[in-house]
Design a protein around this ligand. Structure first.
Ligand code: MRU
Length: 360
C-alpha cells in the first residue's frame, strides 16, 4: 500500500545483499525510518521491541530471522545455529500463533536441507511465506468486500460506517492488511465508506498506524478515544465492526488487542455485525477454548504510564499518572466465538462453528 503515494511493503530484501529491511513502526506516523536486520538477534529485537508488530508480520519476520541465522553458520555448526535461532525467535512474543506457524514452516523445510543449499532454501521459503501472506490478505479483502457491498446497497449508497480496533492493516502484515483489506478494496471500487478508528491504548496502534495508513490511502476516517465505540453503536453510527486476530481457536474464539472484547460486547448488545478478519496462519487448530488456552502477553507497565507523541519536531515521552502508581498491561483479550458474526479468511467467510469445515 502507499506511503506518500509510493508503494511499500513492511519487510523486504535486496538482491545480492545479506540483510533484511523493515519499517520502524515505533516512529510512525511522525517519521518514516527503515531498520536493517543482519542476524537472528536483530530479528528477535525487531519483534520483541515492537519495531515490527501485528500477527502476520511477526511470523514473516521470524521466517526471515531464520534465513539470517543461516548466513552466520558453517558446515559444522549449522544445525545448532538454526536450533538456537528458532528457539530464541519462538520466545519473542507469546500470543500471535503466526510466529510458531512460520517457524514450523522454516524448520520443516530446512531439516532435510544440506548445508550447501541452506541459505538459498531459507531465503526462498521466507520469501514464499511473505508472498503467501500478501495473497491471503488480498483474498480476505475480496471476501470481506461483499459484506461491505451488501450494507452499502441496503443504505442506498450512503457511507458504510466501519469500526476497527488496533492496527490490523498492511503495517501488521506485508501488504493489504486483514481487517483493512475489505476496506481498501471497497474504497478502490468506489463504495462510500467511513472508518472509526479506536486509538488503542496503551501503545496507540490505531492512532499511530491505522490513521496513518488510511490517510495515505485517502480512506475517510475518524479517530476516536477507546471508550467511544459503544456510544456510537447505540446511536446507529456503526454499521459493522472488523478487527484482526493474533490467535483463533478451532471453535472460533479470537484473541486480539486488548479492548476488542468490549467492542464485541457492545456490538452484540446493539445487533451490529462483528467480524474477525485473519489468514489461516492465525488459526491454532489445536486449541478449543480461547479463554483457558491462549497465552496473553503482559507487557511493561511503562507503556500504560507514559504516552509518546510529537512535540513540535521531537517525539517525546510523557508521564500521565503519579510516578509511583503501579500499572497493569495486558496486551490482548479473547472475544468468545458467540460474539463473533463471522471470520473472514482467505478461503471465505465462516460462522465460528463452521470454521473447521471451511478448511477441510
Ligand atoms: O501488539 P500488536 O501491535 O502486535 O497487536 C496487533 C493486533 O492486535 C492486531 O490486531 C493483530 O495482530 C492482527 S494483525 C492483522
Amino acid at each position: 500500500m502507499l506511503i506518500d503515494k509510493k508503494p511499500f511493503h513492511t519487510i523486504w530484501t535486496e538482491p545480492g545483499k545479506a540483510a533484511v529491511w523493515v519499517i520502524d513502526q515505533r516512529k510512525l506516523p511522525h517519521q518514516l525510518s527503515v531498520i536493517e536486520l543482519k542476524n537472528p538477534e536483530d530479528a528477535c529485537s525487531a519483534i520483541k521491541d515492537m519495531i515490527i508488530r501485528g500477527a502476520p508480520l511477526i511470523g514473516v519476520t521470524a521466517a526471515f530471522g531464520v534465513y539470517l541465522a543461516t548466513l552466520n553458520s558453517n558446515k559444522d555448526n549449522y544445525k545448532a545455529v538454526l536450533e538456537k535461532a528458532i528457539n530464541s525467535l519462538s520466545k519473542t512474543r507469546p500470543t500471535a500463533v503466526n510466529l510458531h506457524w512460520a517457524l514450523g514452516r522454516m524448520k520443516e523445510k530446512l531439516a532435510p536441507c544440506p548445508f550447501e543449499k541452506l541459505t538459498r532454501t531459507a531465503l526462498e521459503e521466507a520469501e514464499k511465506i511473505k508472498q503467501e501472506d500478501i495473497v491471503m490478505c488480498k483474498r480476505i479483502g475480496e471476501h470481506g468486500l461483499k459484506l461491505i457491498e451488501e450494507i452499502s446497497k441496503k443504505k442506498k449508497g450512503e457511507p458504510v460506517n466501519i469500526l476497527t480496533h488496533c492496527n490490523a492493516g498492511w503495517l501488521a502484515c506485508v501488504d493489504w492488511g486483514t481487517a483493512t483489506s475489505p476496506i481498501y478494496q471497497a474504497h478502490k471500487k468506489g463504495i462510500k465508506l467511513h472508518v472509526w478508528i479506536d486509538e488503542t491504548r496503551p501503545r496507540n496502534q490505531g492512532a499511530n498506524l491505522t490513521a496513518f495508513e488510511l490517510l495515505n490511502e485517502n480512506v475517510p476516517h475518524t479517530l476516536i478515544a477507546d471508550n467511544t465505540g459503544g456510544h456510537l453503536m447505540q446511536h446507529g453510527m456503526v454499521d459493522m465492526a472488523i478487527v484482526g486476530a493474533d490467535r483463533i481457536t478451532s471453535n472460533g474464539d479470537a484473541a486480539n488487542k486488548i479492548g476488542t472484547y468490549l467492542k464485541a460486547l457492545a456490538a452484540n448488545d446493539n445487533k451490529i455485525p462483528f467480524y474477525v478478519a485473519a489468514p489461516s496462519s492465525t488459526i491454532d487448530w489445536d486449541l478449543t477454548d480461547g479463554l483457558k488456552q491462549i497465552p496473553i502477553e503482559q507487557r511493561n507497565e511503562e507503556e500504560v504510564k507514559y504516552v509518546h507523541g510529537l512535540n513540535g519536531k521531537e517525539i517525546q515521552k510523557v508521564l500521565i499518572c503519579p510516578e509511583k502508581t503501579p500499572a497493569a498491561n495486558y496486551g490482548f483479550d479473547v472475544t468468545p466465538a458467540r460474539l463473533i458474526t463471522g471470520i473472514i479468511t482467505e478461503r471465505g467467510i465462516a460462522e465460528t462453528n463452521s470454521l473447521r469445515a471451511l478448511f477441510t
